[in-house]
Design a protein around this ligand. Structure first.
Ligand code: NI
Length: 181
């Protein structure tokens, strides 16, 4: 099992738009395996490659431990594109492995249609709803260089400012490896 250190709010890689993947090779297969190890070790349900310092457009998600999602197969999305969003929005509390200690209500579309490549280089176009839609929207944001604080209103952002300052100062503890500052 290989655990990769997780980038933390303040690390530049989290703010860059990730680069497209041009070929699906053994290195990518290895990366996916390491990402799953890293995510599960941290009790995460989603992880984007730039969160583990890899500047590539791929994210994973696994919500099968959540009630009602037991049959959900782990998702590996390469070069993902959001084709459409529903007009309906929902408010759900989010956390992020790159923002330890932070929790915030975030409003996002309830459903979306995602186009992506899987590890077999097969193109998929799938509609998602419910909690998995939320995880995908959050992970897709990572690949675009966006984080939870970019998705809340000014008032909420002000309320979060102390928490964000403490994260920048690395005043928190995690039980998973993170980037050395
Ligand atoms: Ni996140």
């Amino acid at each position: 099992m290989s655990l990769l250190p997780i980038a933390i709010y303040g690390d530049e890689i989290l703010r860059k738009k990730a680069k497209e993947i041009s070929n699906i090779d053994d290195n990518l297969v290895k990366l996916v395996k390491d990402m799953f190890d890293t995510m599960r070790n941290a009790d995460g349900i989603g992880l984007a490659a730039n969160q583990v310092n890899i500047d590539r457009q791929i994210f994973i998600a696994d919500v099968s431990m959540l009630e009602g999602y037991e049959k959900f197969k782990p998702l590996i999305a390469i070069n993902p594109k959001i084709i459409s969003f529903s007009d309906e929005v929902v408010t759900i509390e989010e956390g992020c492995l790159s923002l330890p200690t932070l929790r915030a209500d975030v409003v996002r579309p309830a459903e979306l249609k995602l186009k992506y490549l899987d590890l077999n280089e097969e193109e998929k176009e799938i509609e998602f709803e419910g909690f998995i839609a939320r995880v995908i929207e959050h992970e897709f944001d990572h690949l675009m260089g966006k984080l939870i604080p970019d998705r809340v209103d000014e008032k909420t952002k002000k309320k979060l400012s102390n928490v964000l300052d403490n994260i920048l100062k690395r005043q928190f503890e995690t039980d998973y490896p993170i980037n050395i500052k």
